[in-house]
Design a protein around this ligand. Structure first.
Ligand SMILES: Cc1cc2nc3c(=O)[nH]c(=O)nc-3n(C[C@H](O)[C@H](O)[C@H](O)COP(=O)(O)OP(=O)(O)OC[C@H]3O[C@@H](n4cnc5c(N)ncnc54)[C@H](O)[C@@H]3O)c2cc1C
Length: 420
C-alpha cells in the first residue's frame, strides 16, 4: 500500500522512484520471496533458485548501484532517494533486499577508501554491469568472535594475544589468509567477492586487524552449506573457509593503524542501514494488519469498526511513522557526514528495530490464529523480524558502544554541532 509522505518537499523524481520501486517490490519481490522462503537453504542458494531472477531484474533497473556516483556508472541517488528506494524493496522482502544491499556494500567501502587502483579493479566493473555476475558479502563474524569482533571500545579488544579465527600473515608482496568465518555471513554461499576482516597482528589483540577485498574463487577458498534458519530464508548465509589463500598486498585496504576506527565507522554506516530494514518490514506488517482489520468480522462487524482495534491500529501507525522519521534522519547523517557519529546509528538501530518488532508482533496478534499460518504473509514477516535486534550487532552491544561515545564525547567540545 503506498504511504502518504510527511516530507512535502519530495520532487517528481523522488515520487517516481517510490512508485517504480513499490511496483517492483509488490509484483516481482513478494512472489519470489515467498517461493524461496519455502525451499531448503541449499535450494534457495542454488543456481536454479528464483532468487537469481529477482537479482537479474533488480540489476537491470540499476538498483544495485543506486548510491554510486553517476561518473562511475551508478545512478547517483541522493540519500533521500536511496532511503525511499530501500524502504520499498525491503517492504517487498527483507531477505532479498539484504542480498541486493550486501552485493554493493564492499564496493561502496572500497569507493570510500579512495584507493584508485582498487576502485578501477573492483568498483568500476560492479557499476558497469547490469547483470548479477558480480555480487558480494562482508565477513567479520567468526565462530568464536561475535560481539567481540565489533566491541572496539572494550579492554579485551586490545588485550595482547586475543586471537581471531581468521589470520593473515605477510609474505613478501602478498598476504596469506587462513581460518574460518561464521555461518552467519550473509550471501556467503553465493557472492563472487568478499570484504573480509582478518587478524594481522595478535600482539595488538583483536585491534591488530585488517580488512581486505578479494574474489571468492581464489585457490584455497571454500564454502560451508547454506544455513537452515527460522527467518530471512530468502537471504542465503554460510561459512567461508580460507586455506593458505594468497592475495596481493594492495587488496588489504585497511591495516592495524586504522582497524578499530574503520570497524566502528563501518558499523555506524551499517546500522544506519539497519533502520531501513526496520521501517520497510514494520510498514509491510502494518499494511497487512490494516487490511486484515477491514476484512475480518467478529462481534457482528469488521475488526476496525471496534473501538479497541482503532486504538491498536493507530498506535502501530504512529510507531511506523516514528521509525521512518528517525531512520531518514540517521541515514542522511551517515551518508553525508564522514567520519560518522556512531552514537546516532547504534542507538537508532536499537530503538527502530525494537519498535519494528513491537509493530510486527502486534500485527500477528491482530490476525489471531490466522497470523500463525503460512496462508498469511504476516507469519513470514514475524519470522524475518526476529533477527533484526541481533544482526549487525546485538542491540545491547550496540547500545553499550553508543554509551561509550556519549560518555567520552558529550557535551561535545570538538566543534561538531551537526551535519554542516
Ligand atoms: C540475519 C543475520 C545476518 C547477519 N549477517 C552477517 C554478515 O553479513 N556478516 C557477518 O560477518 N555477520 C553477520 N551476522 C552476524 C551478526 O553480526 C552477529 O550475530 C552479531 O554480531 C552477534 O554476535 P553473536 O551472534 O555471535 O552473539 P554473541 O556475541 O555470542 O552474543 C550473545 C549474547 O551475549 C551478549 N554479550 C556478548 N558480549 C557481551 C559482553 N562483553 N558483555 C555482556 N554481554 C555480552 C550479547 O549482547 C548477546 O545477547 C548476521 C546475523 C544475523 C542474525
Amino acid at each position: 500500500m503506498p504511504y502518504f509522505d510527511m516530507n512535502l518537499e519530495l520532487t517528481w523524481e523522488d515520487k517516481e522512484i517510490k512508485a517504480t520501486a513499490h511496483k517492483f517490490a509488490r509484483e516481482v519481490m513478494r512472489p519470489i520471496a515467498r517461493e524461496v522462503d519455502r525451499m531448503t537453504a541449499e535450494e534457495a542458494a542454488g543456481k536454479e533458485s528464483p532468487l537469481w531472477e529477482f537479482l537479474r531484474q533488480a540489476y537491470a533497473l540499476g538498483y544495485h548501484k543506486a548510491l554510486f556516483p553517476a561518473e562511475l556508472g551508478g545512478l547517483g541517488f541522493t540519500p533521500l532517494q536511496g532511503h525511499i528506494l530501500n524502504e520499498e524493496i525491503i517492504w517487498g522482502s527483507l531477505g532479498l533486499s539484504g542480498v541486493l544491499l550486501l552485493a554493493s556494500w564492499p564496493f561502496f567501502k572500497v569507493l570510500q577508501s579512495g584507493d584508485k587502483g582498487l576502485i578501477d579493479e573492483f568498483v568500476v566493473p560492479f557499476c558497469r554491469t547490469n547483470e548479477p555476475d558480480i555480487t558480494a558479502c562482508w565477513a567479520i563474524t567468526e565462530p568464536d568472535r561475535g560481539s567481540d569482533s565489533i566491541n572496539v571500545n572494550e579492554s579485551f579488544f586490545t588485550a595482547p594475544g586475543a586471537r581471531g579465527n581468521v589470520q593473515a600473515r605477510r609474505d613478501g608482496n602478498e598476504w596469506v589468509i587462513n581460518g574460518q568465518k561464521s555461518a552467519w555471513v550473509s550471501c556467503g554461499p553465493i557472492a563472487t567477492h568478499g570484504m573480509i576482516n582478518v587478524q594481522t597482528d595478535p600482539a595488538l589483540g583483536l585491534s591488530g586487524g585488517g580488512v581486505c577485498i578479494l574474489p571468492l574463487d581464489l585457490p584455497g577458498i571454500s564454502r560451508g552449506k547454506a544455513l537452515e534458519k527460522v527467518g530471512q530464508r530468502d537471504l542465503p548465509q554460510g561459512e567461508l573457509f580460507f586455506n593458505d589463500v594468497r592475495i596481493p598486498g594492495r587488496y588489504m585496504f585497511v591495516g592495524p593503524d586504522r582497524y578499530s576506527t574503520w570497524t566502528a565507522n563501518n558499523l555506524a554506516f551499517g546500522n544506519a542501514a539497519m533502520t531501513l530494514f526496520a521501517i520497510g518490514l514494520a510498514r509491510a506488517a502494518f499494511d497487512e494488519a490494516l487490511a486484515y482489520s477491514k476484512e475480518r468480522v467478529q462481534g457482528g462487524k469488521v475488526l476496525i469498526d471496534h473501538y479497541f482495534t482503532k486504538v491498536r491500529i493507530a498506535r502501530m501507525f504512529g510507531k511506523v511513522e516514528a521509525i521512518r522519521a528517525t531512520s531518514r534522519a540517521v541515514w542522511n547523517l551517515a551518508v553525508k557526514v564522514y567520519p560518522p557519529f556512531p552514537e546516532y546509528s547504534y542507538s537508532a538501530k536499537a530503538i527502530c528495530t525494537e519498535m519494528a518488532r513491537e509493530v510486527i508482533d502486534e500485527a500477528v496478534q491482530l490476525h489471531g490464529a490466522n497470523g500463525l499460518t503460512r496462508e498469511y504473509i504476516i507469519e513470514k514477516f514475524w519470522r524475518d523480524s526476529r533477527a533484526l535486534t541481533i544482526e549487525d550487532g546485538e542491540n545491547n552491544t550496540l547500545c553499550a558502544m553508543a554509551g561509550y561515545f556519549l560518555k567520552e564525547t558529550y557535551p561535545r567540545s570538538d566543534g561538531r554541532q551537526g551535519a554542516g
